[in-house]
Design a protein around this ligand. Structure first.
Ligand SMILES: Cc1ncc(COP(=O)(O)O)c(C=O)c1O
Length: 467
């Protein structure tokens, strides 16, 4: 049993980078080859499933992120911190629906609340105490006056931008290079641009593909107030907002430098530009009130999804009454058939009861333990890596120097990241398919699962150092 007090809370965690010994690229290549062979030999049913699925779904998946070559795992069921694939393997889930499964798969309290609600109806498309109650929960937790519901993180960020544009009567948006905020066009710019197209690291190009029509969008590096001020100064008259995650969680975990977010807030105030925090990924995984309150910065608008709904497809955006008045006075229409449907509101209600301070602090302590133990192994085996964590999320970054922005991230060792991810998959541990994602210690994970994660990493470390 872990002894937890709130004093134990760690705001940000990054292990010291140590002396490391290089790992020869041929060795990584050889290990990767062996691991891909092992992958194929253990997952024939997933291969067959993907082949059939590809007849009706491009790539055999319904979100391109779910795909990897040669084919992804296909999952049949899940329970607690475990998933079961079509090959009959029991897999430890450390992805947990990117945070949507914060409460654990098949959490009985969520199921009971949804089942109870289902008996009253599926969708009303009318006002309801269910919607009002869930709005009150989010407003209280996240310290905002008003919210509106949506169905995905993409919609939440899209509507937050619309509110900012309506409020400022300006159209331009600033985003962070390497930041992901869903599929809305202005935010689909420079998500993971090729360095050859990205230009100067201080004044990055806005890079987008042919299907994107972004409008005025400017891209800045994370953790760089000088570059941000230059953009604000040059484009103030046309800029509505800057959209950012307070902690970047799309390229591993990139922590804000001390004073950076305070500086962003001050520049937004000085130049009259709204600050939108995308807390779709951080949210309750950062702490009981989200990342903004944890880090002590008040954004003008906040976007929520994933962790707030117990696994149901619910999202929200909100802020001060003054800004949300853009909806009340008709400056923009926020609509959606499924917005605030009772089943999703049941998810929000149950999640609010489950995500207590103590429960989240417990998971954070387990995460902190995993991060520290893996950092010790990195030191012991002199690996070119370090660990980074925030709230209940953690990752190994394959670089000896801290990653402060997208360009630093691009200089990390992607072969080692691939090997580490595949090594885990082959030994029954699922982390998200992107090589730059992070593990999530949900409320269903216990000491046993932390030991599995750490022991698995030690086996990899041994393999990397074996002659
Ligand atoms: C930070 C962030 N914002 C927005 C989104 C989009 O959310 P959704 O996939 O629910 O549309 C994501 C998705 O991963 C995200 O990570």
């Amino acid at each position: 049993m872990l002894i937890m007090t709130r004093l134990f809370e760690t705001i940000k965690f990054r292990s010291e980078t140590q002396d490391s010994k290089a790992i020869p690229p041929e060795k990584i290549e050889k290990l990767l080859k062996a691991e891909w062979e092992l992958y194929r030999s253990q997952t024939s049913a997933s291969a067959a499933e993907n082949q059939i699925a590809s007849q009706t779904l491009p790539l055999g998946v319904t979100s391109s992120f779910q795909h990897w070559d040669p084919y992804p795992l296909s999952i049949e069921s899940a329970s607690g911190p475990w998933m079961y694939d079509v090959d009959g393997r029991k897999m430890l889930d450390l992805s947990m629906g990117f945070g949507a499964m914060l409460a654990g798969h098949l959490n009985p309290e969520i199921i009971a609340e949804v089942e109870k609600t289902l008996k009253r109806g599926t969708i009303f498309t009318s006002p309801s105490p269910d919607t009002r109650g869930a709005a009150e929960i989010l407003a209280r937790r996240f310290g905002i006056d008003q919210v509106r519901f949506a169905n995905s993180g993409t919609e939440a960020t899209m509507y937050a931008i619309r509110a900012a544009r309506a409020f400022t009567r300006k159209g331009g948006i600033v985003k962070i290079e390497g930041g992901y905020h869903g599929a809305y066009d202005p935010l689909s710019v420079s998500v993971k641009p090729a360095i050859s197209a990205a230009g100067n690291s201080e004044i990055p190009n806005a890079v987008y593909d042919e299907a994107i029509i972004p409008g005025t969008i400017l891209v800045v590096p994370f953790n760089n107030l000088v570059a941000l001020e230059a953009v604000f100064k040059a484009h103030q008259s046309k800029l509505a907002a800057i959209v950012m995650e307070p902690v970047l969680e799309n390229i591993g975990i990139v922590l804000p430098d001390d004073g950076y977010l305070e500086g962003v807030r001050a520049l937004c105030d000085e130049y009259g530009i709204l600050l939108i925090f995308d807390e779709v990924k951080t949210g309750l995984t950062a702490g009981p009130q989200g990342a903004a309150q944890k880090l002590g910065i008040k954004p003008d608008l906040i976007c929520l999804a994933k962790s707030i709904g117990g696994g149901l497809p619910v999202a929200a955006f909100g802020g001060s009454k003054e800004i949300m008045k853009t909806i009340s006075d008709g400056r923009f229409l926020h609509m959606g058939t499924f917005n605030g449907n009772p089943l999703c509101m049941a998810g929000v209600r149950a999640m609010d009861r489950i995500a207590t301070d103590d429960a989240l602090y417990n998971s954070e302590a387990l995460n902190r333990q995993a991060l520290s133990r893996i950092a010790e192994l990195i030191t012991e085996y002199q690996l070119p890596a370090h660990t980074v964590g925030f709230g209940i999320k953690g990752c190994v970054t394959w670089s000896t120097t801290p990653v402060r922005n997208y360009r630093d991230y691009k200089a990390t060792n992607f072969e080692l990241a691939e090997l580490s991810w595949l090594w885990s998959i082959n030994r029954g541990i699922i982390t998200p398919p992107g090589l730059d994602e992070q593990w999530l210690i949900s409320l269903a994970h216990t000491q046993e699962e932390i030991d599995l994660l750490v022991n698995n990493f030690e086996e990899l470390a041994c393999a990397l150092r074996k002659n």
